[in-house]
Design a protein around this ligand. Structure first.
Ligand SMILES: [Cu+2]
Length: 376
């Protein structure tokens, strides 16, 4: 009994004390920032009130009967077996109610799925555990991972208090950027397991399934920052692949897009240049922290029996070509995915060099971005 009381008390405390967290929770669903999300909200309210009306009628009749026709008052149950009228009424009335609800619901669903006449298309691919955004026809694409501050605070044994991290677990390094007021068609797929792309303010959620392409669209009315998360249990770090969409004015969006294209060209140029091994190692550490620690762990110790250690690994201290091949192409049938598509030439060269000369390894060699480019 005492245990139960304790449990109840802590539950109540949770509800009332965490006022900061509470501010995020409303009782109702959010109205959102798109026409679709408003339609969904209106539909939700309509159905809610239909349910309330049905509830009032049904429970009203029940409670009335229980009070005024109870046995102690001498009430005798009436018998109306096989009453044609009753059968008709309780078949036809719910049927009509269902039709009345289905008409607006179908209309909203059709609107939601109508991706025609879009102004632009973005392809979204789910990875364990990050998102990739490709601006179709623009030659701009990038990965979007959990931001460094959240990532550091979430590690086991980290001495950073998550409460001090702004937008903890809800921030990314590279947000999806969209123009305001444009209809954006979104194509969804995944590269490993099933993920789901969900931004509550947009009013929909869609699965990202390997081998399939799902479609959706969004047209945001207000510039702003909208946050969401992967909504499909997709493995160990499922809770660490947030979504951030930054909606900008059309002019700001165009400027951003142009800057991205410039950065892509700069990255290609950088890949031609040879880098100092020290610089490679420094860059490699960042790449490792962002892409490899989840499995191989911060100090390269791995997880015994699950993910091999990098420290002293035969691959990371052996033939460099073998090592490069492992990182670029992964190993089929294991959790070691190929990073060829995810990382640039510089990043791949950096992370391989880092693994060979850090995390307890001291091979002393390095690989240059140009060598990686030649292997593509
Ligand atoms: Cu996921």
């Amino acid at each position: 009994m005492n245990k139960l009381k304790q449990l109840f008390a802590s539950g109540v405390a949770l509800i009332f004390m965490s006022s900061a967290a509470q501010a995020e929770y409303g009782l109702n669903m959010p109205v959102g920032v798109t026409e679709t999300s408003r339609q969904v909200y209106d539909l939700h309210m309509l159905i809610l009130w239909v349910c309330v009306a049905i509830g009032v009628v049904v429970f009203g009749a029940m409670i009335y009967s229980m009070i005024y026709h109870r046995k102690s008052r001498g009430a005798v149950a009436s018998h109306f077996h096989e009453s044609m009228t009753a059968e008709l009424v309780w078949t036809v009335v719910p049927f009509i109610i269902l039709i009345v609800m289905a008409i607006p619901a179908t209309k909203v669903l059709i609107d939601m799925h109508d991706t025609s006449e879009a102004d632009m298309t973005v392809k979204v691919t789910g990875y364990q555990w990050k998102w990739r955004y490709e601006y179709i026809g623009e030659d701009v694409s990038f990965f979007s991972s959990l931001d460094a501050a959240s990532n550091a605070a979430r590690q086991v044994g980290s001495d950073i208090d998550p409460a001090t991290v702004e937008n903890y677990l809800l921030d990314v390094d590279h947000p999806l950027v969209l123009p305001v007021g444009k209809k954006v068609r979104i194509l969804l797929t995944a590269a490993d397991v099933i993920h789901a792309w969900w931004v509550p303010d947009f009013g929909w959620k869609r699965d990202a399934i390997p081998g399939f392409v799902n479609e959706a669209w969004v047209k945001v009315d207000e510039p702003g920052v909208y946050r969401g998360q992967c909504a499909e249990l997709c493995g160990r770090d499922h809770g660490f692949m947030p979504i951030v969409v930054v909606v900008k004015s059309v002019a700001d969006y165009e400027a951003w897009l142009a800057a991205q294209k410039g950065a892509a060209v700069a990255a290609k140029l950088a890949a031609i240049e040879d880098l100092d091994p020290r610089e490679l190692k420094q860059k490699g550490k960042k790449v490792y922290r962002a892409n490899c620690v989840a499995c191989h762990m911060k100090k390269g110790e791995g997880i015994l029996g699950v993910f091999p250690a990098i420290t002293g690994s035969a691959v990371a201290t052996g033939d460099i070509n073998n090592h490069i091949n492992m990182v670029m192409n992964g190993k089929a049938g294991t959790a070691m995915a190929g990073f060829k598509a995810q990382l640039s030439d510089v990043e791949l060269a950096a992370v391989v060099t880092y693994q060979r000369n850090s995390l307890g390894n001291k091979v002393g060699d390095a690989v240059q971005p140009a060598a990686i480019a030649a292997l593509r």
